[in-house]
Design a protein around this ligand. Structure first.
Ligand code: NAD
Ligand code: ZN
Length: 356
């Protein structure tokens, strides 16, 4: 898949055994040195293999951060910069982000700012990273909020070797799958039908199916992002399922529920609203049944009150004063948006929760 941005163009390769493609891509920038940034879990599986292969061609060093969201911190960011400076990396160096969305965001932000920017390559190892590796957003968190410090910075390429996904825990796989479903809903009806038919459960998804869902998911993300690189308009459709999803994640406490599980609940609510307000043909019952089969939660956890969720949605940095904007579906593959007053949305959400 080729990603076109206003200033750049780069390829996302999806396949098996792509390490030679990684070397070829690195050769295009003739780096003085290569820094591989990864996390402690990914390192155990693939760190040495990648380091060894890259070292056959370039002077390479590896830096390992702790696995998990807490590594998207100023401290980790600073420590990587320190490591790079002390090891005499320079403006001609390149960086490889080997891992999931955490590593892509963290290492990408290091690459964006080290010596005012060095080339970097995303080597995703999670399914969720089909989403995070495309779009050029890189960031770290601040205690005041997630992704508050960052940049728009494109990689020179993405090398997506699906062999790396074999070791991914089931709940991480499911979390990433929610974003694939989201991409199908907002822009690709055919993909939705394909997933419905070919993914009755998340165990033993074949390589062919996996490759197809990643490629099609990336195409949707790339299309939306290229229409709106700096997030001024159409990109908001990527928020489908996220308004409620984020609120659930935040109110439960990050890490208590996976991002994808939160988004799955959010998508169900958004689809139910869409069906009620826009198009009664929408396959809400089908989605709910399928999500149950896949192991997604299909309702808001009981310990969260509707009021508390609505208050959280109101405080979302993307929302307007006392109004909440929801991305809804006209039909599968066709989005629209609707602004609700918080009272309206609260009664819809209450109603939906009571039906469950
Ligand atoms: P992650 O990178 O933390 O990976 C999830 C877990 O899986 C971690 O524990 C990791 O160590 C482990 N792991 C990774 N690859 C593995 C493998 N192949 N085998 C076994 N274990 C493996 O998280 P994620 O879900 O990939 O990404 C979430 C992050 O992505 C969040 O910080 C989110 O903000 C960010 N994100 C960014 C964008 C963007 O546009 N930049 C979009 C969506 C999400
Ligand atoms: Zn998401």
């Amino acid at each position: 898949v080729t990603i076109q941005t206003t200033s750049d163009r780069y390829d996302v390769l999806v396949g098996k055994g792509l390490i030679n493609d990684l070397i070829t891509l690195l050769e295009t920038v003739s780096p003085s040195k290569v820094l591989i940034v990864t996390d402690s879990v990914v390192d155990q599986y693939f760190g040495d293999e990648v380091l060894q292969k890259v070292s056959e061609h370039f002077h390479a060093l590896k830096y390992v951060v702790k696995s998990g969201e807490e590594s998207k911190s100023f401290e980790a960011y600073y420590d990587i910069q320190t490591f790079a400076l002390q090891n005499e990396f320079d403006r001609k160096s390149a960086l490889i982000a080997l891992g999931g969305g955490v590593i892509g965001d963290l290492a990408g932000f290091v690459a964006a700012t080290f010596m005012r920017g060095i080339p970097f390559i995303q080597v995703p190892t999670t399914l969720l990273a089909h989403d995070s590796a495309v779009g050029g957003k890189v960031a770290i968190n601040h205690p005041e909020g997630k992704n508050m410090i960052g940049a728009f910075y494109q990689p020179i390429g993405v090398i997506y070797d699906i062999n790396y996904l074999a070791t991914l825990p089931a709940d991480e796989f499911r979390s990433g799958f929610a974003e694939v479903v989201k991409h199908s809903f907002i822009r690709n009806e055919e993909l939705y039908q394909f997933l419905l038919e070919n993914v009755p459960t998340l165990e033993n998804v074949s390589d062919t199916v996996l490759q197809k869902m990643i490629i099609e998911g990336i195409k949707v993300k790339a299309e939306v992002v290229s229409e709106d690189e700096k997030e001024l308009g159409v990109r908001e459709i990527l928020n489908f399922g996220h308004t409620l999803g984020h609120a659930i994640e935040a109110e439960l406490g990050y890490g208590k529920i996976s991002h994808g599980d939160g988004v799955a609940i959010g998508m169900l609510f958004a689809l139910s609203l869409s069906k009620q307000l826009l198009n009664e043909e929408l396959p809400y019952e089908q989605l709910k049944q399928w999500f149950k089969q896949l192991g997604f939660p299909t309702k808001v956890p009981d310990e969260l009150s509707t009021e508390q969720l609505i208050n959280r949605m109101k405080r979302d940095k993307k929302s307007l004063s006392n109004k909440i904007k929801m991305i809804l579906l006209q039909s599968i593959g066709v989005t629209t948006s609707k602004v609700f007053t918080s009272d309206q949305l609260e009664s819809y959400l209450n109603e939906w929760r009571q039906e469950e």
